[in-house]
Design a protein around this ligand. Structure first.
Ligand code: MIG
Length: 800
């Protein structure tokens, strides 16, 4: 087994000279004298797929990652040749392929600058033990090149100088630099000379990435089997690279119900029913908004999936209904291991239908998890996925559970080396039978997909909600996710921040951490600081292992409770803003959180920043990551920003000190932004929204903002029943103009906007709406700062 890229010329094999070239529409094949074939597929002007066969025979072309909805098509495709190279030209790229050895180099079509070039390029080693090859690729690193992405790696944003492994692993109490952990997202973006590109290595075997770690000027990736099969995605803007990767591997299939963006409370475990009710009642008593309550494994009968403990939950349907009446959505955990028990119908059915994974020679894959000895459904079999989906009928349709949480789906197995299935376990892989070596990294994804299918079917006409721990590229189409078993330490607050940003850069935005830490116990200060970060994560849930003390918002005394409430309230006020960001993600693939480098790659200060990030399009947040802080230094990106608390305007482009006592944190709003806000609700839908607040941050110049709304659940929005408002702001020294453009057929419940003006540099003397002068008495003008107006306006004109 090769664990490094050192030049072991002994074992490495290389392509030889190209002898023939063939073009079949957008698929270009280059065959070498030693039988190696490179197939280049031009998917888009900026996306090339490279696929190598060492024998001239390609595998069946199948991928769980690539979505059938991915965009295709290009404006230009030309293939020419000179003495040394074949040259593929699109409107964005020029790719040279060396006739001598198949090495490629890619250039920007406009300015002809070098973007990415092979060092050794494709090479391989034959695998005697398993058949096939260990496939390898090496590229030269360009001067000053940085690297980002790769899913849930708990490391600083910039990956330069590091090596990583991809093999989904249950990683209780992982720490900084633990590798691998739960997820496999073999996609990175690179940045040099202000230009960015990405590489998605769509190979599900155990894989490795080396970013100038072993050799300073070389970046390489390799896998223990399968094909060298990667997509090159050009920007030059990093945001376009991420958008294009997300287009390729898929956006969420539907918008999440708005309540899923509320606050969630979880613990291992709330039981019996009386305990669940105590917790939910306390949220309402203390007026801390909360939308979801979780049941961890103890709700089941002996950890048997799809059963309920009669002792602890004698009447789940009644309980779930009572919780729902109080605004709480019930979410339950479901693990992959099915207890070996002839009296358990799920087990019996799985056995009768032959749905459980087997070892190479025929015995079942038997492994110990929470229920004891278990068998495991082969979720890579479409028939098994359908069966699994149908198992949710009672839970969802009858009992009324609103979301399902898939855990242990790496898959995790207790008390065995490697903590997972052995390599010889067989999988269907949607008709491409294979061993666990190939299926391991997608097992959790296919489980979450099957769960999603069930939730989608039985929640209808409401939207499904699923959470998964393990994931492969593309899993974002079906489910949200959390970062697994972290620890209640300050460093883990930083790690949670990095992981959420990294997941967003990796096409997977619906992500959050166990707020406060899963293992061990936070003190009140750490918990409060973590909540402050958590309200800016798309998935916002407190969870803890429960055996170290309580971790509810009130567990640390009233001073902390007040801080926690204050921030959860901000989350609820910002729901329309977050929902709009989610819509842009689901619609266009734009990540909900943007690391500063993703936000402004042209500013080199951003390339190594870790803590600050942009939430949505217009809000800059930065958590306090240590004890006893009254503020911190942070980098403010270029531009003018309003301090969220004081409205003080700061000029970015430098590191600055920002005050932030425990009841505050550094939050800034970009000048020119219009931020929509709802009133504070104890849960989504508690109140009918009868006015939308628009926080308008004056700017001298132009800025545009959007607000997306729909029925908050259901599928009518797909039929056009949504409301999208675009606000164009134009500020001058003595004028402010806001134009509204509205599209979509959804009619919001509110009739008015409460416009709240921040930083307006003049006193309003005259107001025009749609070119008609409005008397002040009709505006409910409140000082100079707020005015109420009809939501149908086209143009608001404020004048000094
Ligand atoms: O072996 O279900 O990451 O969130 O509370 C532990 C119990 C199994 C691990 C999950 C955690 C969950 C816990 N689970």
């Amino acid at each position: 087994m090769i664990l490094n890229t050192e030049l072991e010329y002994k074992g490495n094999l290389f392509p030889s000279k190209i002898v023939s070239y063939e073009k079949n529409l957008n698929v270009l094949s280059f065959t070498c004298t030693n039988g190696v074939v490179l197939q280049v597929t031009v998917r888009r002007d900026s996306i090339l797929r490279f696929r190598f066969s060492t024998t001239g025979i390609f595998e069946n072309d199948f991928s769980y990652a690539i979505t059938k909805y991915a965009s295709r098509g290009y404006n230009k495709l030309e293939v020419t040749e000179d003495d040394a190279n074949y040259i593929i030209t699109t409107s964005k790229l020029i790719c040279r392929i060396s006739k001598l050895d198949l090495r490629t180099s890619i250039y920007d079509a406009k300015d002809k600058s070098l973007i990415c070039e092979d060092e050794l390029g494709f090479h391989w080693e034959e695998s005697y033990e398993h058949g096939g090859d260990v496939v390898k690729m090496s590229k030269t690193s360009q001067p000053g090149e940085s690297y980002y992405g790769l899913g849930d790696k708990p490391v600083d944003n910039n990956l330069k100088g590091k090596r990583f492994e991809n093999w989904a692993t249950d990683s209780y109490a992982y720490g900084r630099d633990t590798d691998p952990i739960y997820k496999t997202i073999p996609f990175y973006t690179a940045l040099h000379n202000k230009k960015s590109y990405g590489i998605f290595f769509d190979n599900t075997f155990r894989s490795f990435f080396d970013f100038s770690h072993e050799r300073r000027n070389i970046t390489s990736f390799w896998a223990q089997g399968g094909e060298m099969n990667y997509y090159f995605i050009y920007g030059p803007e990093m945001s376009d690279v991420v958008v294009n990767y997300t287009d390729l591997t898929g956006k969420p299939h539907e918008m999440p119900a708005l309540w899923t963006l509320g606050y969630h409370q979880c613990k291992w475990s709330y039981y019996p029913e009386s305990n669940v009710k105590e917790v939910t009642a306390k949220f309402r008593d203390l007026k801390i908004p909360c939308d979801a309550i979780y049941l961890d494994i103890d709700y089941m009968e002996g950890f048997r999936c799809f059963t309920w403990s009669e002792e602890y939950f004698p009447n789940p349907k009644r309980m779930v209904k009572e919780l729902a009446d109080d605004g709480f959505k019930t979410i339950v955990i479901i693990d992959p291991g099915i207890k070996i028990d002839m009296d358990y119908s799920v087990f019996r059915e799985g056995l009768e239908k032959d749905y459980f994974c087997k070892r190479a020679d025929g015995p079942y894959m038997k492994g110990k998890v929470w229920p004891g000895e278990c068998y495991f459904p082969d979720f890579t079999n479409p028939e098994v996925r359908e069966w699994w989906a149908n198992l949710f009928q009672e839970l969802v349709e009858d009992i009324g559970v609103k979301g399902v949480w898939n855990d242990m789906n790496e898959p995790a197995v207790m008390d065995v080396p490697g903590k997972t299935f052995p390599n010889d376990v067989r999988h269907d892989y949607d008709g491409n039978q294979c061993s666990h070596r190939k299926a391991h990294n997608v097992y959790g994804m296919q489980m979450a997909r099957a769960t999603y299918q069930g939730l989608k079917k039985f929640s209808y006409p409401k939207r499904p909600f699923v959470i998964t721990r393990a994931a492969y590229s593309g899993t974002q189409r079906y489910t949200s996710s959390w970062t697994g078993d972290n620890i209640a330490t300050w460093d883990h607050l930083t790690i949670a921040n990095l992981q959420a940003q990294r997941m967003c850069m990796s096409g997977f935005s619906f992500i959050g951490s166990d707020i406060g830490g899963f293992a061990e116990q936070p003190n009140g200060e750490l918990y409060a600081r973590w909540i402050q970060l958590g309200i800016f994560h798309p998935f916002c849930r407190t969870h803890s292992s429960g055996d170290h003390g309580d971790q509810e918002p009130w567990a640390f005394g009233t001073a902390i409770t007040d801080v926690v409430r204050k921030f959860i309230e901000i989350r609820y006020q910002l729901l329309p803003y977050l929902y709009t960001a989610f819509w842009r993600y689901a619609e266009e693939g734009i990540p909900i959180l943007k690391s500063l480098v993703l936000y402004d790659q042209h500013d080199p200060h951003t390339h190594y920043r870790n803590d600050e990030f942009i939430f949505g399009e217009k809000i800059l947040a930065c958590p306090i990551t240590g004890p006893n802080q009254t503020g911190r230094r942070m980098y403010i990106p270029i531009g003018k920003w309003y301090n969220f608390w004081s409205d003080e305007v700061v000029e970015g482009g430098t590191e600055q000190w920002v005050d932030a006592d425990l009841d505050s944190m550094p939050i800034f709003v970009k000048e020119g932004a219009i931020i929509p806000k709802y009133p504070i609700q104890q849960y989504v839908g508690e109140k009918t929204i009868d006015e939308l607040t628009l926080d308008v941050y004056y700017k001298e110049g132009k800025e545009s903002s959007e607000v997306y709304e729909d029925a908050t659940d259901g599928y009518d929005y797909i039929k056009g029943r949504y409301s999208l408002r675009t606000f164009k702001l134009l500020g001058k020294k003595k004028e402010l103009i806001i134009q509204q453009h509205k599209s979509g057929k959804f009619i919001t419940t509110y009739k008015t906007f409460k416009v709240s003006l921040h930083g307006l540099p003049f006193k309003i003397k005259e107001v025009e709406i749609d070119n008609v002068v409005i008397p002040f008495k009709d505006l409910k003008l409140n000082g100079d700062n707020t005015l109420v107006l009809n939501k149908e306006f086209n143009e608001l004109h404020l004048m000094a």
